[in-house]
Design a protein around this ligand. Structure first.
Ligand code: URP
Ligand code: ZN
Ligand code: ZN
Length: 467
């Protein structure tokens, strides 16, 4: 199948330009100035012409942080690989990187096999995995090498959640040493979980069980402190470090300092930290449970710092940390005890739209919008230039985006398998119109026209930013 995408404005991380895009099978084979002989010849040879007049033609977005079918807090995140990847496609995301989990007492191999079994044959779009190491020991350290060979070049460790995913500083040091020796990147959930657990127990003992205390028992200082500690451990071990879901100015300051001295430290933030706040956690009754995630939503004053971080590249990426739990029966597990509310916010469908609001608000440029949602994730996670770029030779993962459309987020219209929207009633500028995954149209006319199982597993290379 030969497809011509005609009359649109192509936007790569380098900036916008007018071009027609020619796709042969699943690969982009050429870009040409509109109206040129080359473009007219392509039109004659095309099996299908997609009119992109008035639209942006952007690389399919890459969500480097999702949790589909994730066991957590005695339940599971409710989007499966089928429903989650379909919802992602609706929102202009054509690649996700989910987290395979090593359970305590089990090998990395077992965890990876389990996640392959969940995903294989079910995905609407391409997918890869990072590996969560929750049991650092001699055997799992040795296995990290094998996992890299299998196409997972990044390992997530937790300074939070004692007794679940938590690793001690000693374990983190060992895992970082191993990562440094094999060129892998350590992803860190940087919150001081030991101190947090003390604050949580004290709050509950005082009868402070409502959702807003989730935020109050996880203060910014404990994210800043953990971020500092992770950076120091990475400095000592020479490990590349990627701070996940950074939420606070205090943590960003640590990242800025490390980057300024030339350390290989990277960070992502998430739309919820740019658009939501502790006021949402404090919503009346139990409503705040919908907004419980970790790190928690912060006071609004952090928003401006995070946008600045995105502009200056101290924050390299926006990922969703999509981890959906229904309000009914799942978030409700924590009625009266916020510590039992499963942590996570749904958002896989809305990231491209939400970060486009940053363009509309004058916070970032069009090029930076594409960079933080597609191009830098491709480089960071070893997928570039196959993904994250509109250029000859790249996969034809292409989104046609109408910058002048508007639409309103709602549980009634979203495609995520969850019974609420964290952005209910929010009207945004811009809308995804058409989505191609490896040359196949998967979204058009607001319909999913793709196929379960179309998505392929991506064996990723090493972090493309390492010197
Ligand atoms: O609240 C969150 N972030 N849930 C998902 C698990 C994690 O720590 O990323
Ligand atoms: Zn985390
Ligand atoms: Zn996460």
């Amino acid at each position: 199948m030969k497809t011509l995408i005609s009359g649109g404005t192509v936007i790569n991380a380098s900036g916008p330009f007018a071009a027609d895009v020619f796709v042969d099978g699943d690969i982009i084979v050429g870009l040409a100035a509109p109206g040129t002989t080359t473009s007219e010849l392509w039109r004659v040879g095309a099996d299908r012409v997609i009119d992109a007049a008035g639209q942006y033609v952007i690389p399919g977005a890459i969500d480097g942080h999702t949790h589909l079918e994730m066991p957590f807090g005695g339940t599971h995140s409710v989007d499966t690989f089928e429903t989650g990847t379909r919802a992602a496609a609706f929102g202009g995301t054509t690649t996700i990187i989910d987290f395979a989990i090593q359970s305590k007492g089990r090998s990395l191999r077992e965890g990876l096999d389990a996640w392959h079994a969940k995903a294989e044959g079910n995905c609407a779009i391409d997918y890869g995995f990072h590996m969560i190491v929750s049991d650092v020991n001699e055997a799992s350290l040795k296995e990290m090498d094998l996992v890299v060979d299998e196409g997972l070049s990044s390992f997530k460790l937790f300074m939070a959640y004692p007794g679940v995913f938590y690793s001690t500083d000693g374990e983190i040091t060992q895992a970082m040493q191993q990562a440094a020796s094999i060129g892998a990147t350590i992803m860190m959930h940087a919150e001081n979980g030991i101190a947090i657990d003390v604050l949580v127990a004290q709050a509950l003992a005082r009868g402070e069980g409502s959702p807003r205390f989730h935020g109050l028992t996880r203060p910014v200082a404990l994210e800043g402190e953990a971020t500092h500690r992770a950076i120091q451990l990475a400095l000592v071990t020479h490990a590349p470090l990627y701070i996940v879901h950074l939420s606070a100015a205090e943590a960003l300051d640590e990242v800025v300092e490390a980057r300024d001295r030339g350390q290989s430290v990277f960070a992502e933030t998430c739309p919820q930290y740019l658009f939501l706040s502790d006021a949402d956690l404090a919503r009346e009754g139990f409503e705040g449970a919908k907004y419980v995630c970790s790190p928690p939503l912060r006071p609004e004053r952090h928003h401006a710092d995070l946008w600045r971080g995105l502009r200056t590249d101290d924050l390299s990426i926006v990922s969703t940390d999509h981890c959906p739990f229904c309000f009914k029966e799942q978030k409700e597990l924590g009625l009266g005890d916020f510590s039992k509310i499963p942590n996570g916010i749904p958002g896989i469908e809305h990231r491209v739209d939400l970060i486009f609001q940053g363009v509309a608000m004058g916070e970032i440029s069009l090029a930076r919008w594409v960079d933080v949602t597609a191009t830098t994730p491709a480089r960071m996670f070893g997928l570039f230039p196959k993904k994250g770029l509109i250029a000859p030779g790249s996969d034809a993962d292409i989104v046609l985006y109408d910058p002048n459309a508007t639409h309103t987020f709602s549980v009634d219209t979203h495609h995520m398998n969850v019974d609420y929207s964290a952005y209910e009633g929010m009207t945004v500028k811009g809308a995804v119109k058409t989505v191609l995954s490896r040359g196949t149209v998967v979204i058009e006319n607001e319909q999913y026209v793709g196929r379960k199982g179309h998505g392929q597993f991506l064996r990723r290379g090493l972090n493309g930013f390492l010197r």
